[in-house]
Ligand binder design. Sequence first.
Ligand code: PLP
Length: 399
Amino acid sequence: MNFDQAVSQRVAAVSESATLAIDGKAKALKAAGEDVIGFGAGEPDFPTPAHIVEAAARACADPAMHRYSPAGGLPALRAAIAEKTARDSGLAVEANQVLVANGGKHALFNVFLTLLDPGDEVLLPAPYWVSYPEQIRFAGATPVELPTDVSTSFRVTVEQLEAARTPQTKAMVFVSPSNPTGSVYLPEQVEAIGRWAADAGIWVITDEIYEHLVYGDAEHVSMPVVVPDVRDRCVVVNGVAKTYAMTGWRVGWSIAPASVTSAIARLQSHATSNVANVAQAAALAAVSGPMDAVAEMRATYDRRRKLAHERLNDIDGIDCPLPEGAFYAFPSVRGLFGREIGGRRVDSAQTLCEVLLETVKVALVPGEGFGAPDCVRLSYALSDDDLVKGLDRMADALA
Ligand code: PLP
């Protein structure tokens, strides 16, 4: 039997996540005993802070946690997320607006499926995180890419948004700090875009998963805080993965008008039911606990970002803007195209990444999957030793 024909058109149209693919390759090589430096995965290298792990251990021993719980999240966690949102970004929300999902990725999937119909268009600034266009298409809608480049620090403008708006435009995706570019919008830019969306009656899905990871003068501001008029058509997505080094625990959430949250809860009740209670207990300890570990991790990323920026720009053919947030460097490698590297002619980011993995065992993510074929993404959320080792290997290979 040809199983390809058994797969639905909807799923057949979805491509594999470029970031998970490179990470999978790197991990497989590592498992086979190769000394691979993985710049691919977007995940902190730190263990989850101890007080969070302890809360999870206590939850394991609590029989109430062994049972189904409400599909939309443990009431205590929904309330704590509402409190944390007021504390961190200044947005006042009620617990019934919060929906706890299996990670920010699942929260976004829920949101797109709940808001979008076939024929709807979603404005998507590029470079974008790989899952947005796939999820939007999965919901039957069309992602409309708005290209940005290093000359505007990868920030989309109101003019671009307005030029791309059609009667079918239902929503836009906004993410700051950004994965993959590491850029952060200025407060006045967030305000201008929010005003435009509110005036145009367009939904904003604002992904705030990197809110705590901003460096130097960069500042995270939440769009519905600076533009209250956008709140009726705004969904904030967030999670514990990046801030608290909790990628594997799989807890994220959406915050939307209460009626939209009820609709998302209906969807989730038929898809996954509740997120694992133990992970929710860990998330509760994270969002309501001390932030010292977060501050320490941020200081470490800040140091590493400067190192990565400097070392990458030392390589002839690589042009790297200084990342302002998240934990990614997103250099242009266009200057390397046409060169012979490791016995192969490099004419795309994809080929460069293949060559670097094969020859010096360094895993980077090619920009094609992010809608940026001239760039590659490096996560600098890896140990200092590995960071230096990986950059040395790149410098040698590209000398
Ligand atoms: N949003 C952005 C911009 C991300 O980079 C990621 C993870 O890489 C997510 C959402 C989803 O995070 P998680 O599903 O691990 O909570």
